[in-house]
Design a protein around this ligand. Sequence first.
Ligand code: AKG
Length: 322
Amino acid sequence: MFRRLINTTAKAFFPARNMSTSPSGPLLKPCKLALIQLKTGSDKSANLTRACEKVALAAKAGADIVVLPECFNSPYGTEHFPKYAEPLPSLEKPTPPDESEAPSYHRLSALSKEHNIHLVAGSIPELEPSTKKLYNTSLIFSPAGTLLGKHRKVHLFDIDIPGKIRFKESEVLTGGSEPTLVDTPFGKFGVGICYDVRFPELAMIAARRGAFAMIYPGAFNMTTGPLHWELLARARAVDNQVWVAMCSPARDLEGTGYVAFGESMVVDPNGLVVKKAGAEEDMVVVDLAPEKVVEVRSGIPVTTQRRFDVYPDVSGVAGSSA
Ligand SMILES: O=C(O)CCC(=O)C(=O)O
């Protein structure tokens, strides 16, 4: 039953037209990727303005794809999500609500268009007007400012480590129900949000459907950040022989709220950290070379050695080349 559900979801989400991979590999041309490790506060408009300024700098540095962190337009906390949430369009219903209702959407769309970049716009709290449900949502824009993808965080961050950290997103949020794969002229990439990185399936599904990278806006904390942030990024990269990008807010030890870990990073398809930020506001810029995925997969050919006769293929494309 579980297997059937996954396969159905994956097939529904990744239509056949998205299934081919170029003979040259999943990254079709050189790509400059920039992660903005942003300092955020409680003023939504100020957060957006700061994000716009930093994205402009990334574009000036030649970035093709720019990534913002999880919950970059609000403080991170269940008490804040309802107050900051906005209705957002979807691929199925692309007409956006008015600017007064969805200011973040309009500013981010204009931003990607102004700088002619692909923008993985971190995540923001979303209100679904028809159900009144709230989601933690990443919008992905094309250089024309159109919506290319929308990822609703699938795995909600519900943890309790006594004496260290308790967080329960499910008190107010609903989990998304689809993996996300975005098609661009560079090739395809998958998107997950923060806690999603702990679940290898989303990255496996994306990689086996032809992705060259997984991009995770995230906001780990001072307990699980040192434990697992880098380990998980490297694990997803080496499992799938793809690039992995993790983009965090800056660490703010002076505030009174949730303290994000920082250390945004890009990991290569060999699982090596190529570049990593510290705790402060920063920008990580990395050139992704098209030959890297091909080279790593040809040297260690796990992508062709899988045994789907022994275990199921969660991507629903057994026999695929990734
Ligand atoms: O998985 C973790 O340790 C942190 C996850 C998290 O902070 C989040 O999902 O927002």
